[in-house]
Design a protein around this ligand. Structure first.
Ligand code: DX5
Ligand code: ZN
Length: 226
């Protein structure tokens, strides 16, 4: 099932609750929360207190993308704050297997994220443990960057591995996913689509989300079978 995980990094932070409600009206089904620490990436955003603040204003799952050093130290804080999914960057995890187990033990769905320069093969041993794999289609740190076209082949590779290994993890894609790039990632096998700047726009968020999802669903190979 194709889902829109809207990234609140592109929202108006002074009105987060309204922004989330508007994106949900447009068909968004996951709230994507970009957590940055100024070390793993050259930017600082929000942490568990913001997750805790938005938890009561929406029933949608909160998908926390941790772009931080030492994610293990913060996993219990995100769980307490109300996160439903945690995605950790493979480049930040020395003991990835343990970190993923830690996320699951804290009652959340575990995902792993790969930067554009990280080979997909690095993940093979942990694929049976994850709920989703997040393919970065930009170098993380900022919204509004240009989609890296190699990402399409990387998504297709993960989709192939999923079949070969008999697994059912979801494939999430993040960065520069917009009206002009979304069809290619969906055709390659992505089904959790992160989008920030393509969705949030004063007065237009709801229609942007609807149009984006229409394009994405029209490209879904599953929809062609029916
Ligand atoms: C980038 C973040 C993304 C970002 C996407 O480091 O992980 O989630 O918000 O923004 P857009 O959709 O504007 O590329
Ligand atoms: Zn993200």
């Amino acid at each position: 099932m194709i889902e829109l995980a809207f990234s609140i990094l592109a929202a108006d932070f002074a009105h987060l609750a309204d922004e989330i409600a508007t994106a949900e009206r447009g068909g968004g089904t996951i709230v994507h929360v970009d957590v940055m620490d100024g070390h793993f990436v050259p930017n600082i955003t929000f942490g568990p207190p913001v997750v805790k603040a938005i938890r009561p204003v929406t029933k949608l799952p909160l998908d926390c993308h941790l772009m931080i050093e030492d994610p293990d130290a913060f996993i219990p804080d995100f769980a307490k704050a109300g996160a439903d999914m945690i995605s950790v960057q493979i480049e930040a995890c020395r003991h990835l297997n343990r970190t993923l187990q830690h996320i699951t033990d804290n009652g959340m769905l575990a995902g792993v994220v790969l930067n554009p320069a990280t080979p997909i093969e690095m993940l093979v041993e942990v694929l049976p443990m994850v709920h989703h794999v997040l393919v970065m289609s930009v170098n993380p740190g900022f919204g509004g960057q240009k989609f890296l076209p190699r990402s399409v082949a990387r998504i297709a590779h993960l989709a192939r591995l999923r079949t070969e290994m008999g697994l059912n993890y979801r494939i999430e894609v993040d960065g520069g996913v917009a009206d002009d790039t979304v069809a290619s990632v969906v055709q390659a096998g992505a089904d959790m689509l992160v989008a920030g700047s393509a969705i949030f726009e004063p007065g237009k968020t709801e229609e942007n989300a609807k149009r984006f999802l229409e394009i994405a669903r029209a490209a879904d190979p599953a929809s062609l079978i029916a």
